[in-house]
Design a protein around this ligand. Structure first.
Ligand SMILES: *Cc1c(COP(=O)(O)O)cnc(C)c1O
Length: 369
């Protein structure tokens, strides 16, 4: 049996009738933009993440952009962020009108190293944009402490970490604002694009609400330079059907991860994910490291087992960021990790059987070497 990284049809099969009904209801209601489903999803998500306010927007990228625009004051200056992340994190910074400053990661968590963040601060630093990569929260207490000392805004990119926990709090509640993506492959995915900004700051939430409809105050009167960035009713209705399953899906991901940890534990050339004390991982990706990454990936592919490299080229080495002047060798941990990471199938529908099949193939690869 082939093992896929993600099989959305199989994952959503038990919900299909409810999903069909939810979409039909929206179609018949005639209310497609900012209606009752978006409002209800915002209440449900705020409660789920343990924050006071949630604002649905058109994508995770826009969530980051609108959060920066709402919290960061006038554009400009520098925003500290990892290079080892999806490109959207940095593109939100440049779209807002600031300059990304890429900082190296902790070798075990793959998230921003607070020590390196401290070293990268300049008089131009305005914000820190940490990422909860692969579903593990960044070290937010250390990052928030630095931000408080230097009067910086912290926006948490939790696009991969919905439901993750950090010292008793949920991802998205850990900075001034937290940002989610509902891209179809995320742990909670819609049938199209979608995103959300979550915050305890009522004024910030109000500014995001204005920004998503052109900066409108009321009627045809505008208070801010805004955007057109709304979550639509069909996406919200679909996400409301799926949200009650999220805890169970994340638990299945954790179960699969624990099984991989056990089955791969004795392989000397494999590093399995590290979860610090007090952190709850949601395994958007189960990512191992090995110096034989490319050969292992080819071996798995021959056996019809999917795997993926997130991310093969760190952002500071991408052509679009060459003018920032952070060349090869500037972020040694990021660069080494990017050569060695491999993400394995961990999604709920992969099942224990799938995990055992992948682990057996990996063990065979190393036994033959
Ligand atoms: C998916 C993702 C985003 C962007 O979300 P979109 O909804 O695709 O715009 C941002 N940051 C990270 C880390 C992501 O994984």
């Amino acid at each position: 049996m082939p093992v896929r990284l993600l099989d959305i049809r199989r994952l959503q099969a038990p919900l299909q009738a409810d999903l069909d009904r939810a979409v039909q209801q929206v179609l018949h209601s005639g209310q497609f933009i900012l209606g009752e489903n978006v409002a209800a999803l915002e209440r449900e998500m705020a409660q789920y993440c343990g924050v006071a306010h949630a604002v649905g927007v058109a994508s995770g990228t826009d969530a980051l952009l609108l959060a920066l625009a709402a919290a960061g004051g006038p554009p400009g200056g520098e925003v500290i962020t990892p290079s080892f992340t999806f490109v959207a994190t940095a593109q939100a910074i440049t779209q807002w009108g600031a300059r990304p400053v890429f900082v190296d990661i902790d070798e075990r968590t793959y998230n921003l190293d607070p020590q390196r963040v401290a070293e990268a601060l300049t008089p131009h630093t305005r914000a820190i944009l940490p990422v909860d990569l692969f579903g593990l929260c960044a070290d937010m207490d250390a990052i928030n402490a630095l931000a408080a000392e230097h009067h910086l805004v912290v926006i948490e990119d939790a696009a991969q970490a919905i439901g993750a926990s950090y010292r008793g709090r949920r991802a998205c509640s850990l900075g001034r604002a937290g940002c989610l993506s509902f891209y179809p492959t995320k742990n909670l995915g819609g049938a199209g694009d979608g995103g959300m900004v979550l915050t305890d700051d009522a004024e910030l939430a109000e500014r995001v609400r204005m920004l998503r409809v052109h900066g409108r105050q009321s009627g045809y009167f505008y208070h801010l330079h805004g955007y057109n960035s709304r979550l639509d009713e069909i996406q919200a209705a679909i996400l409301r059907v799926k949200l009650p399953y999220l805890e169970e899906w994340n638990a299945q991901r954790r179960h699969h991860a624990a099984l991989y940890d056990e089955l791969l534990a004795d392989l000397e050339e494999v590093v399995t994910p590290f979860v610090p004390e007090g952190y709850g991982h949601v395994y958007h990706q189960y990512t191992i490291r090995t110096p034989h990454r490319d050969a292992l990936r080819a071996w798995l592919q021959e056996r019809e087992i999917d795997s993926a490299i997130y991310y093969p080229l760190p952002l500071h080495l991408q052509e679009i960021y060459r003018d920032l002047g952070q060349g090869p060798g500037s972020l040694p941990v990021t660069e080494r990790v990017a050569r060695e990471v491999l993400s394995l199938p961990v999604s709920p529908e992969v099942g224990e059987e799938g995990v055992r099949q992948v682990a057996a193939a990996i063990r065979e690869f190393f036994e033959r070497r």
